[in-house]
Write a protein that binds this ligand. Structure first.
Ligand SMILES: Nc1ncnc2c1ncn2[C@@H]1O[C@H](COP(=O)(O)OP(=O)(O)OP(=O)(O)O)[C@@H](O)[C@H]1O
Ligand SMILES: [Mg+2]
Length: 395
């Protein structure tokens, strides 16, 4: 399966581009599904069809789906939901309707990610196009497996062990609802699934992320930031989509906008190079319905196959040096001062702004120390030196 993931600032045209891409893929003969992970769900409006929690067929080779948190909760997480309701009721939150549990932060993201895994595992489609939420939320979504995994690896074994001992005692002493094995099993399943999702989305021969932008300063800045973060988390970005380019002949009110866009256009090409930019003009009307989406697809891809790998760039890699090893991570648009590094045995914690990524170091590096870091050609080089810990003890 090929996964195409569209992200970008609010309103730049992610949904339209995702829908247009899916249509283009379907008409090329790929069995394609387009999935909206955005709670705002405008995918249905874009396609001009009411979508549902399960995939529905739009035309030959094309399916679409809007992930619905409530539906997913009821279908697959009844046990967990009942437990949470009990727990909330015990705390005095009697009035909470079952459905309101879906407002717990992260739930929407969680279910969207699990749908990606479901389609990947089922293998019914050749192409999965993901219409993601605006950048910030998407990055949160993509780093979710990281965060959840970190907590769980540390606490779940403890919780499980502790519950066996504590449960009978607590039962006698208080009426606090205790999670039963089903609940814990469900939680464990979800965590394994999240780990799988992360593995799928970082497979460079499967998933490409594409950043959608418009020719405006703030939008471009945000696109740069998200490229940094996507690299940080190891997701492959293979193209930048420049949407809503004003035609040369505009005048009057929009002439000034056109001048600004003309200044930014070459800048975007340079800044994001070597990533290719795919462009679409500002249409004379809203891009809704299959006919206009088809046109948008043609503008973006021309004769090219949207599933091709538009760029296969450098990836995180390890190189040997006389003193030890170098861990090299492509991180464009950041300077040394913005990055913070910390190492704790086999884990390297990299922070850029608000985003943190924990890299589990390969064995060869885990036994050494990160002693220095520097930037070269938009790549962060982390220097690992020192005798492996085992050898140190021997000497
Ligand atoms: N190239 C274009 N020309 C004209 N209108 C466009 C173009 N691309 C998108 N639009 C219109 O702009 C509006 C916003 O587009 P869209 O919903 O695809 O953006 P989005 O990035 O998904 O927004 P959100 O962040 O809210 O999810 C829609 O009305 C859409 O029809
Ligand atoms: Mg959208």
């Amino acid at each position: 399966m090929r996964i195409l993931f569209y992200t970008g600032k609010g309103g730049v045209g992610k949904t339209s581009v995702a829908a247009a891409t899916a249509l283009c893929c379907a008409r090329r003969g790929y069995r394609t599904i387009v999935l909206s992970t955005d709670a705002a769900h405008s995918l249905g409006d874009s396609l001009g069809i009411d979508l549902q929690a399960e995939p529905i067929k739009i035309e030959e080779n094309l399916w679409a789906q809007e992930v619905n948190t409530l539906y997913e909760l009821e279908q697959n997480w009844g046990e967990v939901q009942r437990y949470l309701t009990d727990l909330l009721a015990w705390q005095g939150v009697e009035t909470i309707a079952q459905g309101e549990l879906s407002v717990i932060p992260g739930t929407e993201e969680l279910f969207s990610l699990l749908q990606i895994k479901r389609h990947y595992d089922e293998g019914k489609f050749d192409v999965l196009v993901v219409d993601a939420a605006p950048t910030g939320e998407t990055l949160r979504l993509l780093s979710l497996p990281d965060i959840v995994n970190w907590w769980i690896v540390r606490f779940l074994p403890f919780v499980r062990g502790a519950l066996k001992v504590v449960r009978p005692v607590v039962r006698r002493m208080s009426d606090v609802p205790i999670a039963n094995d089903d609940v814990i099993n469900s939680a464990e399943e979800a965590i394994d699934a999240l780990t799988d999702v992360r593995r799928i989305l970082t497979k460079r021969d499967v998933c490409s992320a594409r950043i959608v932008l418009n020719l405006e300063k703030m939008v471009i800045r945000e696109a740069q930031r998200s490229l940094t973060y996507l690299n940080l988390f190891g997701y492959a970005v293979d193209a930048v989509i420049v949407n809503r380019v004003l035609p040369k002949e505009v005048n009057g009110h929009f002439a000034n906008w056109r001048t600004l866009q003309q200044e930014y256009e070459p800048l975007v090409d340079q800044t994001f190079s070597p990533l290719p930019t795919l462009k679409a003009p500002h249409f004379t009307q809203e891009v809704v319905g299959l006919e206009l989406l088809e046109q948008l697809g043609k503008e973006l891809y021309g004769d090219q196959d949207p599933t091709k790998f538009f760029y296969e760039g450098p990836v995180q890699r390890v190189e040997r040096t006389p003193e030890g090893f170098l861990l090299i991570i492509p991180l464009p648009f950041v300077s040394e001062e913005q990055v913070h590094l910390a190492q704790k045995s086999d884990e390297l914690l990299i922070s850029v702004g608000w985003h943190r990524h924990r890299i589990l170091l390969p064995q060869s590096l885990a036994r050494m120390q990160a002693s220095d870091a520097f930037f070269e050609n938009d790549e962060m080089h982390i220097v690992f030196t020192g005798l492996p810990v085992a050898e140190k003890t021997v000497s």
